[in-house]
Design a protein around this ligand. Structure first.
Ligand code: AQP
Length: 328
């Protein structure tokens, strides 16, 4: 049996980047034979940036509801909340002693985020985030981590930390591998195709899963494109290629089919249709979401059961690690 582990941060309202790059794939792949799935709300990761407590709690429940909405099935997948399993924080402290400051300083996400207030002005949590993430994975002996491209560097570091620990103390942690979707590993920002779409960036750069049709249509109309007006997927045309990826996913059509359909039509028509397609699909999903979100008792039960199942595995691994280190 192979084990799949992945998480999502409640650091903002979810975007179609989170959906296409992660949640939709989690739901699709949970039916594969021979796999056990663990999906969690990474709320300890969210606090590396200041959060409002009420909003953080709300978004934690929102994510669980979104997971159920997109088809993650609690009978097939364990859904849990990171902060409710103390082993995550504990393992992070231990693994901090198997990683260097030099390795952490190389992490692109830290470099990007620290640009805003300068490295010296950053809190240690942001710097240490990849170690917590390594713990999230290693606690569960995960085989595969389905993530977007932005997270692959962190998984490489996780492998290095696990290897180092194993070399010193003997085989303790399984070495995981990141699995990437061929097409949706990186959905880019609508106003800058060199940056990934992120829930904590400016509102016009992303489409939220809970966004209303008017706003979605407007945002796609305003999305940055080149001046060539030809709808084709190519490395030299990152903006329209990004929109084509989104179109293809939401309409379930290949690039070839879409390119043929829009031959000679130009960006205006294409962007308008894209807005209509995405908003229609999201409208349907949003209806299901609001029904699921309203039933907070059910969400609490899903979380309690998930925490209990995940906690058993995490605590077992924690006991092994503490035993090895003379901590228990
Ligand atoms: N734009 C994206 N394209 C493809 N996949 C993406 N993911 C996030 N953005 C994209 C994937 O979604 C999963 C959960 O991500 P996360 O919320 O835990 O963290 P993140 O990658 O830092 O996402 P954001 O939206 O950019 O959050 P903020 O703005 O708070 O930093 C991961 O598998 C991620 O790869």
């Amino acid at each position: 049996m192979k084990r799949v582990v992945s998480g999502i941060k409640p650091s903002g309202d979810l975007t179609i980047g989170n959906y296409l790059g992660a949640m939709k794939r989690w739901a699709d792949n949970q039916h594969l034979d021979g796999y056990e799935n663990f999906f969690f709300v990474a709320n300890l990761h969210a606090i590396t940036v200041k959060q409002d407590a009420g909003l953080l709690r709300k978004r934690t429940f929102d994510i669980v509801a979104w997971l159920l909405t997109v088809g993650v099935d609690p009978n097939k997948s364990v859904i849990f909340i990171q902060s409710m399993i103390p082993a995550h924080s504990e393992i992070c402290w231990i693994l901090n002693n198997y990683v260097t400051m030099g390795e952490l300083a190389k992490m692109t996400q830290f470099k990007d985020k620290s640009l805003k207030s300068g490295k010296e002005g950053q809190f240690v949590g942001l710097y240490d985030y990849p170690v917590l993430m390594a713990g999230d994975v290693l606690l569960y002996d995960a085989d595969e981590i389905p993530v977007g491209m932005d997270q692959t560097q962190h998984i490489e570091l996780c492998k290095a930390i696990a290897q180092r620990f194993n070399n010193i103390h003997g085989e303790t942690f399984k070495i995981p591998k990141a699995t990437l979707s061929k097409t949706t590993a990186k959905i880019m920002s609508l106003n800058d195709a060199t940056k990934k779409m992120s829930k904590s960036e400016s509102a016009d750069s992303f489409i939220g899963l809970d966004e209303d049709p008017d706003s979605i249509i407007k945002k796609f109309k305003r999305a940055v494109t080149d001046s060539d007006n030809k709808i084709s997927f190519s490395k030299d045309k990152p903006e329209i290629s990004n929109l084509l990826t989104i179109y293809s996913e939401f309409a379930d059509k290949t690039f070839d089919e879409i390119e043929k359909e829009y031959e000679g039509k130009g960006y205006g028509v294409f962007k308008n249709d894209l807005g209509e397609i995405v908003s229609q699909k999201l409208k349907d999903i949003q209806k299901t979401f609001s029904e699921i979100r309203d039933d907070e008792e059910r969400l609490k039960n899903v979380i309690a059961e998930g925490n209990s199942n995940a906690g058993i595995i995490a605590n077992e691994k924690m006991n092994v690690v503490k035993g090895i280190l003379g901590l228990a």
